[in-house]
Unconditional design. Structure first.
Length: 359
């Protein structure tokens, strides 16, 4: 039996690593940018501007898309800048001067020339590269400052690996697809061998890889090839990374001929930005016609003062909602629309869809 484990930032957060974008933003605002204001990027200012006004303020991928991508009849935010930003001959108003994002563009990017969409996008990408490098440095330092992280991550991974497998509790072959930038098992070869982990892939890069860096990006779905947003898509940006051997990560058959028994998810929000990855995985294992089982784990979380029962129910409902959206979206990709509509029902009837509390 072969299994694939998919982890997201919730995995690291559950191991007490303060690796969220909101944690990073707070660190930047209270420490790093105080000591080094020259390290400010436009993305720091965009996130700061959205904080308190948009519940998705710290979703970097969402903010990248809003900044660059035309939604409906609305232009991208970067093309809704005051006229003074796009044309140096126009005198800026007081409103423009007091807006941090506009002021940043005026003082850092405007050099007696008009800024069109392609120029603004190129400058935004350069700043995104800087922002990514700062985040990678933050993560590397954070792992060093969190001594219990590696042990906690090892315990968490072992529980996920062993859950639901055969009597001996050890699957013969396991791949891990990580949407994080950390490498929790890199120094624990003995555990990796014991759990049969023969492939651990950081799909968006590793914080420790200073040559290639890490990638923040948006899903390419719906974006025209000629759009200025294309260089910000994950597909485009992954071209600059070490090529990922997808066949090693997602193998319909293992080396001994066994089929993929489980795809287990933990700590991933199942956001639309990553749907293209999941569609590729589900296609590879023939999710509809095969026998692969999907397992989605949750961990109780909530506000201080809430009972465990409330936190458990809240976490379970959140996963239920995200799983339903994911499978509905995947079903829409089917040529046979009837199969697409009844995919989730079929998986449930066959016992191939589970939502479980993390062991």
């Amino acid at each position: 039996m072969y299994q694939l484990i998919v982890i997201g930032n919730g995995f690291d957060l559950s191991c007490d690593l303060k690796s969220s974008f909101s944690d990073f933003h707070d660190y930047r605002a209270k420490s790093d940018l105080v000591a080094h204001p020259e390290n400010t990027t436009i993305w720091d200012l965009i996130l700061k501007q959205e904080k308190g006004h948009n519940w998705r303020w710290c979703d970097v991928e969402h903010q990248i898309r809003r900044w660059l991508y035309k939604s409906g009849q609305k232009d991208p935010q970067m093309l809704r800048l005051p006229e003074c930003v796009l044309d140096p001959s126009v005198k800026p108003s007081q409103t423009a001067r007091t807006n941090a994002v506009y002021s940043y563009v005026l003082s850092n990017w405007l050099r007696d020339r008009k800024l069109d969409g392609s120029v603004l996008a190129a400058l935004s990408l350069a700043d995104l590269n800087r922002y990514e490098s700062y985040f990678a440095t933050y993560l590397n330092d954070l792992v060093q400052r969190t001594p219990g992280y590696l042990d906690s991550a090892a315990t968490r991974m072992e529980r996920i690996c062993r859950d639901l497998v055969d009597e001996d509790g050890v699957p013969p072959s396991t791949s891990v697809l990580s949407f994080n930038y950390t490498e929790p098992l890199s120094s624990n070869v003995r555990l990796s061998d014991a759990l049969g982990i023969d492939c651990f892939c950081n799909i968006h890069g590793r914080a420790s890889d200073y040559e290639h860096g890490i990638v923040f990006g948006i899903d390419a779905k719906g974006i025209r090839p000629t759009s200025v947003a294309i260089p910000f898509t994950k597909t485009y940006r992954l071209l600059a990374q070490d090529p990922v051997d997808f066949q090693r990560v997602v193998r319909p058959k293992s080396s001994n001929g066994a089929s993929m028994g489980f795809i287990k998810f933990f700590g991933h929000s199942l956001s639309e930005a990553d749907y293209s990855y999941f569609q590729s995985i589900f296609d590879a294992v023939d999710l509809y016609g095969g026998d692969t089982r999907l397992v989605f784990y949750y961990r109780p979380h909530g506000k201080k003062g809430e009972t465990e029962k409330v936190m458990v129910e809240k976490a379970r409902r959140e996963v239920h909602k995200n799983v339903t959206k994911l499978l509905a979206a995947y079903g829409e990709s089917f040529d046979n629309k009837d199969h697409g509509k009844n995919l989730m029902h079929k998986l449930l009837l066959e016992g191939r869809l589970m939502v479980r509390r993390l062991p």
